[in-house]
Design a protein around this ligand. Structure first.
Ligand code: AMP
Ligand code: TRP
Length: 346
């Protein structure tokens, strides 16, 4: 290992600024970030360039980028100990993507499940960046040489690819890049849609009824839970063959902190009519502190901008060290500085 290797243990992660963060994002990912920041030097990125791989309305995207950053703060990411920044504010991400594009085999990317799923939805409209998405993700991560990357289950394949790209780089050019470990918590790693217990809760689902957004009002939460898909079987159980029932009970278990046994003892004879209002109230209470912190963050003029400016400065410092080393190892020469006064190239 050479110079760009960190001494303190690091983590890196990110989320796309499309729509709003939802309960799945929080339970699957952001919650682990909050826990990890006490122990690790942490970098949390709003991956706006990833969002551009799908059609976005510019004004909505601008709002979503700021909202996502503010939600990181509202969820408990502390800018005094963690670095919060916007991906496109650190140009090293796109530059390293190009360099990795030159070593990443097409057929590794052709295997990516998320690409295949999105490409089917888009039909003719698939852009090059959607295909290249995982290479940008590898660049995001490897620039910071993290030891650990906490994500939800759906990101496992992208993280494996990141590790493969790092290994390939190291094999070809020398042992520069740390191979990061993947951290996927069991609990909450896959929160499912409220409308279909077999597909994950997702920002891109056209139906807002399918997810609980962190900023949903109590009325919206009650409505979404009362309309959540359920089944006709009496008695509620953690039964994997009843995906909707399992998902709702699982959300209840995580948010209430009660054990599965306690929950089954309470609702084992009951139906959804009794359970759903209880679940709504647990969610409403759980989200209250996030929502009041969010109001504080966006209410303080200039605060978010300061956090993001400091964040991109700190992130750039680390990212540029790795980028410089990768550039040199691949055979590029450093930029030649030009002095106007002397009119000469140094
Ligand atoms: P995304 O919204 O796709 O940018 O995801 C941001 C983070 O949230 C990633 O680490 C995802 O793995 C995680 N995540 C997204 N959806 C879910 C879900 N339904 N359940 C658990 N984790 C999720
Ligand atoms: N692809 C990730 C998602 O959709 C977001 C992401 C981009 C990411 N770059 C990352 C997550 C780097 C972890 C690390 O969830």
């Amino acid at each position: 290992m050479t110079t760009a290797v960190p001494i303190t243990k690091r983590i890196f992660s990110g989320a796309q600024p499309t729509g709003q963060l939802h309960l799945g994002n929080y339970l699957g990912a952001v919650r682990s970030w909050v826990i990890a920041q006490a122990e690790y030097e942490s970098y949390f990125c709003v991956v706006d360039l990833h969002a551009l791989t799908m059609p976005q309305k510019p004004q909505e995207l601008r709002e979503a980028i700021r909202r996502t950053a503010a939600l990181y703060l509202a969820c408990g990411i502390d800018p005094k100990v963690s670095t919060i920044f916007i991906q496109s504010h650190v140009p090293a991400h796109t530059e390293l993507t190009w360099l990795f594009n030159c070593i990443a085999p097409m057929n590794w990317l052709e295997r990516m499940i998320q690409y295949k799923e999105k490409a089917i939805k888009l039909g003719e409209d698939v852009n090059i960046a959607l295909f290249d998405y995982p290479v940008l993700q590898a660049a995001d991560i490897l620039l910071y040489q993290p030891h650990l990357v906490p994500v939800g289950e759906d990101q496992r394949q992208h993280l494996e690819l990141t590790r493969d790209i790092a290994r390939r780089f190291n094999d070809k050019f020398g042992n520069t890049l740390r191979i990061p470990e993947i951290l996927i918590r069991q609990e909450g790693a896959r929160v499912m849609s409220l409308q279909d217990g077999t597909s994950k809760m997702s920002k891109s689902d056209p139906s807002d009824l399918s997810r609980i957004n962190l900023l949903d009002t109590p009325e919206a939460i009650r409505k979404k839970i009362s309309k959540a898909k359920s089944d006709q079987i009496l008695g509620l159980r953690f039964d994997a063959n009843r995906p909707e029932c399992y998902n709702l009970l699982n959300i209840y278990a995580i948010l209430s902190g009660e054990s599965r046994e306690t929950i089954e003892a309470e609702f084992g004879e009951a139906g959804f009519g009794k359970f759903k209002p209880r679940l709504s109230e647990v969610i409403v209470e759980y989200l209250k502190p996030f929502q009041s912190r969010y109001a504080e963050v966006v209410g303080e003029t200039g605060y978010l901008d300061t956090v993001l400016r400091d964040g991109s400065e700190r992130a750039s410092y680390v990212a540029n060290q790795t980028l410089k080393e990768v550039r040199e190892q691949m055979g590029l020469i450093p930029p030649i500085s030009f002095s106007l006064e002397e009119g000469s190239v140094r």
